[in-house]
Design a protein around this ligand. Structure first.
Ligand code: ARG
Length: 655
């Protein structure tokens, strides 16, 4: 059990002797913000005091009097307005660390009650190249998977590929009308990618032509509204409400104007290119035609099915290349197509149970908590994304009986999952915990979704290449500036740059709170300083270089039974951080936030750096201190390596 969990368990009986409900109170036991107040602090006497009609100090004292923590803490202190300060005993810290030295799991026990958890992540739509948006789901999902597995849960990863949707109708249509045979033979996936983009562009063009007049009319109305509001505001300049109305109206104008510009851009891109313009004229009905190709595929049309069987393995192999680079594997890759044959039965079953009914020709599930229903079959008979997701839940429950299913998908699908989970519960899947692990958008330095200069979404592969290029520069620079001259061969530099570059990209993503948007920056992510993978890898390499310089056999070091001596503050700080690895894992899994783990690792590396500056390791004052410090270096290195491994990131011995 982690320290925090242990402390909470010690407080529990004491609090239960005072009040009935204690879970919220237990949450108020936390690591101390300031070392002067000990290692952990409990702020629960204040709220309790109100309930018990006593002073917080009295309540805190009552708690401390019956709290049994002598084995791990020094005497608890009541401070200020009833804060309870707890400081771990040095001998306890040392015993913990010495146990970690001998244990390949660093003293982290497996959970007592393992759960079966399905993690649905990455799940790109096949047929389009993976782009920057996919990195978040892939990397966050992978980190959650690895961490859950490490603490002992039974975890099943499933890449719910979009391999059956409209995107296939698009490439089938593109292939039938626009394929360049030689290009397809030479580089099939690239040509399919081109076809996908071309079809998308033509669809967007026609949609823009249709939409623009309406938008322009809207813009005109909004501008007139602004003019009227401006007059009103000028007549009553003090009126705050009018000022706010004016600003909101101006904001609307700006948004609609931007939308009009975007539409005009799409139109111009086609019309300024005579070839594209001709294609657009010839394929005026392309949007409907693409849906028709998709419908035919779903209905089992032999030609389309054959094309699908031809395209899918090509697309998958292409994705596999990126996954291999990133070191990502899945237990299952059951894409949408896998569920096709189950969809009709899902709709039938929900209808038979009176959970779904026909409305305007579509079959819908009406949910009290939502204004709009969840549609599970369209008027034309087509099934939807939601239908497939229901079939998927059913299948996973039958196959694996999970206790929990996690969907690592971007926040824009929040409503879809809200409705999906509500429907699943009505359908009888109310024992399983269904959770949308949502995440924000990757932004460019301009604060808008990350794109290339030409406005295209950035492909994942190009991103990786660029990260490696930048990492190479940092590695070479660092090597060149070594006091004794460069130490790495060209191949070594290249190899290190690969590990560092991939790590940088993953870590940058993981170190941001998943629910916020974050700004993508190559420079920041490969920087040698700050909370970056490069810094973490550098810290690890530093621990290894100590052993190398001191000619230390780590295996012997671990088995020799050296005593750990915590004489300096910096040593104790490092020791405390090391034993808090378990706390960090618990907290990271509480709400599935890998950034809790990166923050922990960064803090550990910072403590290590201070320890290393203040305490001589190889030239320590005595053999005993030298051994103790070497053991601390080893534990630090192992904890960093283990922590990074849980994030899917590798280490290097030498940088
Ligand atoms: N393919 C979907 C997309 O790219 C994500 C799928 C997420 N998983 C799920 N079970 N719905 O938007």
């Amino acid at each position: 059990m982690s320290i925090l969990a242990t402390l909470r368990e010690r407080f529990r009986p004491v609090l239960l002797s005072l009040v009935d409900s204690v879970d919220d109170l237990l949450e108020m036991i936390r690591p101390a913000q300031d070392a002067r107040f000990g290692d952990y602090q409990a702020n629960l006497a204040m709220p309790l005091a109100k309930q018990l009609r006593q002073s917080p100090q009295e309540v805190a004292q009552r708690i401390v009097d019956s709290l049994q923590v002598d084995d791990l803490c020094e005497r608890p202190e009541v401070a200020g307005k009833g804060f309870i300060n707890l400081r771990l005993r040095c001998d306890w810290l040392v015993a913990r660390l010495e146990q970690a030295v001998r244990d390949e799991r660093l003293g982290i026990p497996r959970v007592a009650a393992p759960r079966t958890i399905v993690v649905d992540y990455s799940s790109p739509n096949v047929a389009k190249a993976m782009h920057v948006g996919h990195i978040r789901s892939t990397v966050i999902g992978d980190a959650i998977y690895r961490t859950l597995q490490f603490v002992g849960h039974h975890v099943i990863s499933d890449n719910h590929l979009g391999d059956w949707g409209t995107q296939f109708g698009m490439i089938i249509y593109g292939y039938k009308h626009f394929v360049a045979e030689p290009a397809y033979r030479a580089q099939p996936v690239r040509e399919l990618g081109r076809l996908y983009k071309l079809v998308q562009q033509l669809i967007d063009y026609h949609a823009a032509v249709r939409e623009l007049p309406e938008r322009e009319r809207q813009l005109g109305d909004q501008q007139a509204h602004v003019a009227a509001q401006r007059d009103a505001h000028q007549a009553h300049p003090q009126d705050k409400k009018l000022g706010k109305i004016l600003r909101d109206a101006q904001q609307q104008v700006a948004e609609t104007a931007a939308k009009c510009d975007e539409l005009r851009g799409k139109i111009a891109a086609v019309e300024h290119d005579p070839q594209l313009a001709a294609l657009a004229r010839e394929h005026a009905d392309i949007e409907r035609a693409v849906l028709d190709q998709t419908a035919r595929l779903h209905a089992g049309d032999l030609e389309n099915l054959a094309l699908w069987h031809e395209f899918l393995p090509l697309c998958k192999a292409d994705m596999r290349r990126i996954y291999d680079r990133l070191g990502i594997t899945f237990d299952h890759e059951l894409g949408e197509s896998f569920y096709h044959d189950r969809l009709a039965a899902v709709v039938q079953d929900l209808t038979a149970r009176d959970l779904a009914r026909t409305s305007d020709g579509a079959v819908c599930v009406f949910l009290p908590e939502y204004d709009t229903p969840m549609i599970i079959r369209k008027q034309d008979g087509a099934f939807l994304y939601a239908t497939t997701d229901l079939a998927t839940i059913q299948y996973r429950m039958e196959q694996w009986q999970p206790d929990e299913m996690l969907y690592v998908v971007d926040h824009r699908q929040g409503e879809h999952f809200g409705k999906l989970f509500a429907t699943a519960r009505l359908w009888g899947y109310d024992q399983v915990t269904l959770r949308h692990i949502s995440f924000g958008t990757v932004l460019g330095e301009d604060g808008r979704p990350y794109r290339t200069r030409s406005g295209e979404v950035v492909g994942l592969e190009g991103l990786l290449d660029e990260a490696i290029r930048r990492a190479h520069a940092v590695v070479a620079d660092n090597d060149d500036s070594k006091p004794g001259g460069p130490e790495l061969s060209a191949e070594q530099r290249q190899e290190i740059a690969q590990t560092v570059g991939h790590a940088a990209l993953k870590y940058a993503d993981l170190s941001h709170n998943r629910t916020s948007d974050y700004v993508f920056s190559y420079d920041k992510m490969v920087a040698l300083e700050g909370n970056t993978a490069t810094y973490m890898q550098y810290s690890y390499a530093r621990t290894q270089s100590i052993f190398q310089r001191g000619n230390v056999q780590v295996e012997t070091l671990r088995t020799a039974g050296h005593r750990i001596l915590l004489t300096q503050d910096a040593e104790r700080d490092l020791a405390l951080e090391l034993v808090q690895f378990g706390d960090a894992l618990d907290k990271s899994l509480e709400d599935y936030r890998p950034n809790v783990l990166t923050a922990y690792l960064f803090s550990l590396a910072t403590k290590f750096s201070r320890f290393y500056q203040q305490c001589d390791v190889l030239r320590a004052e005595s053999e005993a201190v030298r051994h103790s410090r070497l053991v601390l270096c080893d534990l630090t290195g192992r904890t960093i390596r283990q922590g990074l491994a849980l994030l899917g990131i590798g280490v290097i011995d030498k940088m």
